[in-house]
Every structure is written in structure tokens, then in C-alpha cells.
Design a binder for this molecule. Structure first.
Ligand SMILES: CCCCCCCC/C=C\CCCCCCCC(=O)N[C@@H](CCC(N)=O)C(=O)O
Length: 342
């Protein structure tokens, strides 16, 4: 089954190099809301299908194409309904291919050639609301601590105390082992001997946001709300924090660590949504899905070595775990490090 999604995230007018609805082509890139996530995959799948139909292609087996319309808000009415329908028909899938990792060009420090990473697992996620309620008042006679001050301190503690570096505990180590030959000396020796060098490598990886995201559960403060007027001390302050959970940890473990880090009973913690990291899909030589994908990548991106990786973002494919044990996340385009923020 091949998945992609039609919905996009909001496009506020500021922060764009070109208007978000222009679809303008500039310097080899098409600019527009959702071009990367995930219209390119939708169009790629539909164009391939059209071409194959025109050429009279007869597939050897049945396959499904699933285009969700609400991936960015968890896929409840898109991907989950598709899964329900397939389950009601008793369908089991050989493998699922969804958006995810890509051909990374210069993104992994020390690797010169572009490498194709197939996401064989996906990080978990937990989103929390942190709320502080304190007596409101007039700014002319402030108390020692306010709801905003207490909440800011809690949020700052979370940022200053990241969750532990888990490198070596999770599947990201397989990625570096498989890519060892792509690094120059002495990194190639270090990557091939992680049992000895993982303490050093893990420290290097945590220095950059994209590689830090694969070695630990990350903490991102995404929404902060309090106050309506400059001379009124508000009763309530609220922040939303999103953690992406490393495959070596669970929702429960992360929640325990967060409670200990905040360690202030005035900060009420409520869970908005959560799920554990996804199971690791097989990537051995006998796995049909992984090998098919690897062959196809080789045929399109000639020399790119292929390795399994951890998808740091979440995808609709996570809803398919009861239909197959083989879920792969790969978007067929090249990404350079400057593209990661696009
Ligand atoms: C050693 C360095 C390795 C660095 C690897 C970084 C490579 C980054 C390449 C691609 C990024 C992955 C993006 C995956 C697709 C994410 C789609 C998405 O945004 N999904 C939403 C879903 C939200 C939801 N409610 O389910 C999300 O994750 O927020």
C-alpha cells in the first residue's frame, strides 16, 4: 500500500520568500504551501499511476493507494478510516510505503555521498498542556510570583534539562553501522565499532538539531498563552509542549521525567495526546518491501547507499500497524541541510 496526504499546515503570510499560494519555481525549487509535505508525494504517486495506465502496465499483484486528508491533525478521519475499511474486508498488507525520510545530501556530517534513509520506525509523541493558576491582580502591586513567572520557570527548566541522550539504545545505531563505509578515516572505524566509540559519537550528534533529534526524546515549547492587558496580572498562564519520543523510551517514562524536572505542584500537567514509538519494521535481505524499495531507490538515485533510519516526524503510516509489520517511510527526493528548515 502506498500512502500520501493531501492536507497541509497553515501558511501565515509572514516568513515566506515567495507568496505561499503562487507555486512559483525559483532556483530549481517549487515554492508553495505543502509542496514538500506532502503534495510532491501525492503528485508523484498519481503521475506514476497515470503513466503506467497509459503504457498498459499490468501489475503482478493488487496494491492500494491511500490519500489521507487530515494527516497533520493525526489522521483520525482519513488514514484511520482507511484502516477500518481494510480491516473490515480482512485485508493484510505485504508492506506500506509512506512519506518520511529522504535522500540526504550533506545532512549527515562526515558523509560525502548522498545517502537514502528509509524510516523503519517512527518516534513516539506526547503533547502536554502546562497550566498555572494564581490570584489575578493589578500590575501596580505585584506579588512575588505570578502565573506567568511560575510557568516560565517550569518551561525554562524543561529546556535546560533535555531528556537523556539514548544513542546506542535505539535503532539509529544500525543506521551508522550500515553507513560506516561512507565516512572517511577515522570516523569509518569509529562507526564500525560503536561498542567502543558511541559515547563520543553521541556527544557530537547532539550538537545539531537534526541529529540531536535522532539520539534523544526532544522537547519543543510550541504555544505560550497568558495575559490580555499590560497592567493586569492574569490568573492563568498556559504552555503547550511537544515531546518526540526516542524509540528506547515510552510515554510513561517521559511523563515521569517531565514531572520530576518541573517539580512544582503549582504547574498542572495534562496530556493532550500521546503514543509510543512505533515498532521497528524488518530491513533484512529477505524482506520483500524493504528490498523492493532499496532496488527502486538504486535505480532512480544511482549511487546512493540505502540504510534504515528513524523517522523523526510522524506519519499516517503509524495507523497501519495491525495490517502489516513492514512499514517504510521514504519521500523520493534529495534533501540538503539547508532544505531541512523549508
Ligand atoms: C544523522 C542525521 C539524520 C538527520 C535526519 C533528518 C532528516 C530529516 C528529513 C525529513 C524529516 C522527516 C519528516 C517526516 C514527515 C513528517 C510529516 C509531518 O510533519 N507530520 C506531522 C504529523 C502530526 C500528527 N499529528 O500526526 C508531525 O510530525 O508533526
Amino acid at each position: 500500500m502506498i500512502l500520501a496526504h493531501l492536507d497541509v499546515v497553515p501558511a501565515p503570510p509572514e516568513g515566506w520568500d515567495v507568496p505561499p499560494f503562487s507555486g512559483e519555481e525559483r532556483d530549481g525549487y517549487i515554492y508553495g504551501r505543502g509542496t514538500l509535505d506532502d503534495k510532491s508525494c501525492v503528485i508523484g504517486v498519481l503521475q506514476a499511476l497515470e503513466l503506467m495506465l497509459k503504457r498498459g502496465y499490468k501489475p503482478k499483484r493488487s496494491f492500494y493507494i491511500g490519500l489521507g486528508h487530515d494527516e497533520e491533525v493525526s489522521g483520525h478521519n482519513g488514514a484511520m478510516k482507511i484502516v477500518e475499511r481494510l480491516q473490515s474486508r480482512g485485508v493484510k498488507l505485504l508492506f506500506v510505503l509512506d512519506e518520511g525520510l529522504a535522500v540526504l545530501d550533506g545532512v549527515i556530517q562526515g558523509v560525502k555521498r548522498p545517502v537514502a534513509l528509509i524510516g523503519t520506525t517512527e518516534k513516539g509523541s506526547i503533547t502536554l498542556n502546562l497550566t498555572v493558576n494564581q490570584p489575578p491582580g493589578h500590575s501596580s502591586m505585584p506579588p512575588e510570583e505570578t502565573s506567568i513567572g511560575i510557568l516560565s520557570a517550569a518551561v525554562s527548566r524543561l529546556e535546560r534539562n533535555p531528556l537523556p541522550n539514548m544513542f546506542g539504545v535505539g535503532p539509529e545505531a544500525s543506521m551508522f553501522e550500515q553507513l560506516a563505509g561512507e565516512f572517511a578515516f577515522p570516523l569509518n572505524v569509529m562507526m564500525a565499532n560503536l561498542w567502543l566509540f558511541s559515547p563520543i559519537i553521541s556527544r557530537v550528534l547532539e550538537r545539531t538539531p537534526s541529529s540531536n533529534a535522532i539520539v534523544r526524546t526532544t522537547t519543543a515549547i510550541t504555544i505560550f498563552n497568558a495575559g490580555v492587558k499590560s497592567n493586569v496580572i492574569p490568573r492563568m498562564a498556559r504552555a503547550t509542549v511537544n515531546f518526540r519520543i526516542h524509540p528506547g523510551q515510552t510515554v510513561t517514562e517521559v511523563l515521569d521525567i517531565v514531572r520530576n524536572t518541573i517539580s512544582d505542584e503549582r504547574v498542572e500537567i495534562s496530556v493532550l495526546n500521546s503514543f509510543d514509538p512505533l515498532p521497528i519494521s524488518p530491513f533484512d535481505e529477505s524482506n520483500f518491501g524493504y528490498q523492493t524499495l532499496q532496488r527502486t531507490i538504486h535505480s532512480v538515485f544511482s549511487a546512493a547507499p540505502v540504510a534504515p533510519g528513524v523517522c523523526i516526524g510522524n506519519t499516517d503510516s503509524r495507523h497501519f500497524v495491525n495490517l502489516t509489520d513492514s512499514i517504510y517511510r521514504f519521500s523520493p527526493f534529495k534533501m540538503k541541510s539547508e532544505d531541512l528548515s523549508r
